[in-house]
Design a protein around this ligand. Sequence first.
Ligand code: TNX
Length: 511
Amino acid sequence: AGLAGVLLLTGIPAPAQAQPAVSLGSVLPAPQQVRPHGPGFRLGARTVIEAPGGTRVVADRLAEALRPATGFRLPIVGRAGRGAPAISLELVRHDPRLGDEGYRLSVRPGGVAIRATTNAGLFAGVQTLRQLLPARIDATTPQRAAWTVPGGDIVDRPRFAYRGAMLDLARHFHTPDEIKRYIDEISRFKINYLHLHLSDDQGWRIQIDSWPRLTAVGGAPGTGVDGAGGGFLTTSDYRDLVAYAAGRFVTVVPEIDMPGHVNAAQVAYPELTCDGQAPPPRTDTEVGYSSLCIGKEVTYRFVEDVIRELAAITPGPYLHIGGDEAHATTDADYLAFQARVLPLVSRYGKVAYGWNEIAASPAAAGAIAQYWGRARADATLAAAVADGTKVIMSPANVAYLDQKYDPSTPLGLSWAGYIEVRTAYDWDPGTHLEGVPEEAVLGVEAPLWSETLRTLDDIEFMAFPRLPAIAELGWSTTRDWESFRTRLGAYGPRWTARGVGFHPSPQIPWS
Ligand code: TNX
């Protein structure tokens, strides 16, 4: 009888009522083209995963996603036997409709086929397929359910190449396991970059061999906000995280924030201050009071060592050098600093990326600026864009996941305003900023600052359900609040099934 038969005998409770049928269009973020037709596919004990050479990493993810709740073996085979029900992954040579990350999904009674020109596209198709199965597919133990997938075709591709999320490890450290769980969750919504904010006034969270006190002192216990949440990533933790993320088609973007937000580095190395005196360690949440010493050569030895070491362990194209809120650095010093540091990033083979303040520097022409302002126009950024700077959109009043949903939200800050789901969804990254046309926008990112967040539960409560709103702005070409809130409401049971505590927003018709 196989495992399915065994499960029947072990008395797993039958669903109390029939589960709501999933429809082919009920996917977050919304696919580009959905054509429901014909009968669907029923996943069963005989289903195989057909994954020819080279697609194994995606097949592994698919099997991991489907085995726990179904209890089926779902063997991965190079070629399915004739007539065997299969979910097949296929790399196709060329399809102008798909770009680098698009996919085609077709569901017929005999099987499901996902086709793409890259594994990233196949992985995106797998995330769609997961949402087309009943919500119980996300349970971590075997369930009894009819594992049906609605029939039809989806053709899909992203609007923007960069769809990011940011975690702040500096204000409170988050462990590699917590970061991995976050990667699992964000990659379901086709987020493909994870930006790690690795240093700030409170702490330093990444091992740098040539400056060991950065983590020995700056990553010690007690170095988080209010003295909680110290810790750091060793280079091997970091490499392991990068590999884990890559296995989910997420690219890690490391950030070292400078010339401001450097108190922790200066506590560890007093020579990084102008007077050579160590400042007191700080565990409060003030910003804008620390600065590297722009006139000292040791500053640039430090910066170059950090950039070189970080670039060496980062396979992704981007290296973020912060640059925000440098209120303790004069404008002239800020420009002098960026004139030396932005080119250093390219010297070590990476594209320089910074908060939008870097746009003031002529050296930012080939760089990427992350817009975190609240205005609908930024003359400095628009001028840089005319000069070639590309932009990632993270407007604080709509895209910041650390801001409270409403005045009663127990966690988070509110300096940029309250951000309920509709606010996070109702803006267009391609037209939001005057002087920054869609062609200059690489994509979107949802930052999650950690002043008030310690645990993974805290992170999940703030990120969900707003992260899928930002993900949809990054992926989908249509934006329709009624459709979005319906699809989001139907998604709730999936978070519940896997124990993700999301904010039950009153704006959403949760099922
Ligand atoms: C501003 S946004 C900051 C961070 C804080 C955040 C809190 C930005 C580039 N800098 O240092 O953590 O506000 O919301």
